[in-house]
Design a protein around this ligand. Structure first.
Ligand SMILES: [Zn+2]
Length: 283
């Protein structure tokens, strides 16, 4: 009997030894699983030639099969996320930035909620090529917040590159026209481009030309851009140097501005450390 079933074994079961210890012939003369006590065979009308028994998965085998499939799929997703992370160019220090780890400090709840909304509404933001501009003093969490957005979107199968103008310019050094074009094409191929620390680049004609070029390419590609900067809104709005003026004009056209202010995280932590040490030393 086992032989005739083995001939008809269904895909997926063929790899498993069909009859296992504890299996038994039960109701209707069918083979039953000794573990979950559901049948491992069913009778079908075999192309009009009569009734034949064919193998099916019992409940526990089906569950194990699903579990294996799920694990494989999960592993595939993890691998594609790892690949996406690598091509995101993101700094290692930002790879663990998530909304879950976000340190609320009584002043940044608005940043967190805007960043989250940006992610959940990303499809619309993308279609309207709507970006963000995080501006304000050093150490207030602008880059961290941008990295949270990057990581959220990467995990949701959206391509992101997060880098800085300083890094871009360094990378471009010595590129010929062809390589430079390939590089900027790469920046524009992703759905979201995040550039950290606008204004930290050197103010040479060459650097500012490249900065403008990258922002303008993004604008022409009709894709969103998130920028962070330590510059104030006023500094950007009143720039009288034409080289800066045209950069900031583009930025304001593409990016919704959000101010980050307050005591920097670094200062806050330094103050806390001071208090803790004071307590220890002075009692
Ligand atoms: Zn079973």
């Amino acid at each position: 009997m086992i032989g005739s079933i083995a001939e008809n074994i269904l895909d997926g079961l063929a790899k498993e030894p069909y009859m296992k210890d504890g299996d038994y012939i039960g109701e209707g003369g069918l083979l039953y699983c000794g573990k979950c006590h559901t049948s491992k065979e069913k009778e079908i009308n075999w192309f009009g030639t009569g009734i034949r028994k064919v193998a099916i998965m019992c409940k526990c085998e089906a569950a194990a099969f699903d579990e294996r499939k799920r694990r494989e799929q999960k592993e595939e997703e993890m691998q594609s996320l790892r690949r996406a992370r690598i091509s995101s160019m993101m700094d290692e220090t930002f790879q663990t930035a998530t909304f879950e780890n976000y340190r609320k400090n009584g002043g940044n709840e608005k940043h967190l909620s805007i960043a989250k909304n940006y992610c959940t509404e990303f499809q619309k933001m993308y279609e309207n090529n709507q970006g963000l501009l995080f501006y304000g003093t050093v150490g207030t969490g602008k880059s961290y917040t941008a990295a949270c957005i990057a990581n959220y979107l990467l995990e949701h199968n959206t391509s992101v590159v997060m880098t800085s103008f300083v890094r871009i310019l360094k990378e471009m050094q010595g590129f010929d026209r062809e390589r430079e074009e390939a590089f900027t094409n790469r920046l524009n191929s992703v759905r979201l481009l995040i550039i950290d620390d606008l204004g930290a680049e050197r103010s040479t004609d060459y650097a500012l030309e490249k900065v403008y070029g990258i922002i303008d390419d993004r604008y022409r590609a009709k894709k969103p851009l998130i920028l962070t900067t330590n510059l104030t809104l006023n500094q950007m709005q009143t720039a009288s140097d034409i080289r800066y003026e045209r950069i900031y004009d583009r930025v304001f056209e593409m990016c919704y501005p959000l101010e980050f202010k307050g005591v920097s995280w670094r200062k806050r932590e330094a103050a806390q450390r001071y208090e803790e040490t004071k307590k220890l030393l002075e009692g």
